[in-house]
Ligand binder design. Structure first.
Ligand code: ZN
Length: 52
């Protein structure tokens, strides 16, 4: 299982939070993230000018 926030693998036994994706009823709608705050893989506020 990959963390949906930092996009890194969640190790067995590591604390996670499960988020049920609203509107998605297919298998795999539940996503897991680290229970502890982790750095998002994609940052919305990119300092460089390539975003615009
Ligand atoms: Zn994470």
């Amino acid at each position: 299982m990959m963390c949906a926030r930092c996009n890194k693998p969640i190790e067995p036994g590591e604390a996670t939070e499960v988020i049920v994706n609203p509107g998605a009823t297919a298998v795999g709608a539940d996503i897991e993230i680290h229970a502890e705050p982790c750095a998002p893989a994609r940052q919305q506020t990119a300092p460089d000018g390539r975003w615009r």
